[in-house]
Write a protein that binds this ligand. Sequence first.
Ligand code: FAD
Length: 396
Amino acid sequence: HAGRVVVVGGGFGGATAAKYLKRANPAIEVILVEPAETFYTCPFSNLHLGGLRSMDEIAHGYDELQDRYGVRVIHAMAEDVDAAAHKVHLSTGSELDYDRLVLSPGIDIRWNALEGYDEAAAEKAPHAWKAGRQTETLRAQLEAMEDGGTFVMVAPENPFRCPPGPYERASLVANYLAQYKPKSKVLILDAKDNFSKQGLFMEGWEQLYGDRIEWVGLSNDGRVTRVDAERLEVETEFGTVHKADVLNVIPPQKAGWIAERAGVTDDSGWVPVKPDTFESRQVEDIYVIGDATVAAPMPKSGFCANAQAKVVAAAIAASLESRPAPEAYWTNTCYSLVGPEYGISVAGVYRVVDGAIAEVEGSGGVSPTGAPDTTRALEAQYAVGWYNAICQDTWG
Ligand code: FAD
């Protein structure tokens, strides 16, 4: 008996962890618990919003993990964790014993943290920050919008899932509007004064979209404090009311709720982990990866979730054989499409220094500013290559 590992969540972190545990040692029994039979990736969901990709083209299933790698996949929700007894309770009524538990539940929305933004409001003013039905609702609203309308996006404070995501979304919405509704605009109301790859985004916006995209940061009263989803209105800190034709609220977030049930979250709502293994700092034998964790300076990206999963798989395989975990390091690249043929990126390499995750000095960086169109076109191709490769690595 090489041990049993239960993995909760079949997204970027969980699916990768399940697969790489089996690759590390096929004798480990690996059970993946994920309610959805089809997973829609957030990466490239902005292309769907912009009318550049179908939902089918961002859909992934679990057959390969099951048939090729021997992962047992159970389509259910993990409803509770009894850490003392090493048991996970499922929505099917059954329970699973584990030797090690991996949680990769992604994010949950902090409902009502932004006044007026609850689950009902999200039907009228979608967040589309978990890909699937919300993405389709927002796309349908954008398609139904009259020419001359304003797409208003509310962007959150740090930390949140996918730091460049809102700005890629604004870009691809603007690209769609430029073609199909040329009198329309994008207004971003931001709770921050700085955002990921800001200089590169702004350079691209000016070049491709002129003044179609307006960004209002914190210092210029960009922070939204109240949402009226019924009237499609938002109010800022200093009382300015903005009326939207389509309203996309990207609200404050926290770790997926099962992390709280398992007792691994702290007051921040996120999960502190031991940096070299991503085992919970609070509960033994529970490993947490992906967006749910506090892993800064690593961003909450699919790339990082996948990289963290591989480190966890190696650490668990080692611990089940009472070997020390191998030395950990991680890489990340976040590509963003400013236009279909205009890509930019930020990359980083990370390792543990003095007990904390740190960026390796002299590594990483962002795309050059002022680069020729050919560089941007190449990076757009790399983005597609990255998407195909990571999905193959995760579910294939
Ligand atoms: P997820 O991939 O969300 O997976 C979580 C899974 O857990 C879900 O399938 C869910 O159903 C399941 N789950 C939750 N609770 C339970 C439970 N109790 N029981 C069982 N299952 C459960 N990242 C990039 O690297 N590159 C990009 O270009 C990029 N673009 C993005 C664009 C947008 C618009 C957004 C919103 C995000 C983007 N991201 C990108 C970020 C990326 O989507 C996340 O970082 C990544 O999904 C995190 O992986 P995860 O495993 O933590 O969570």
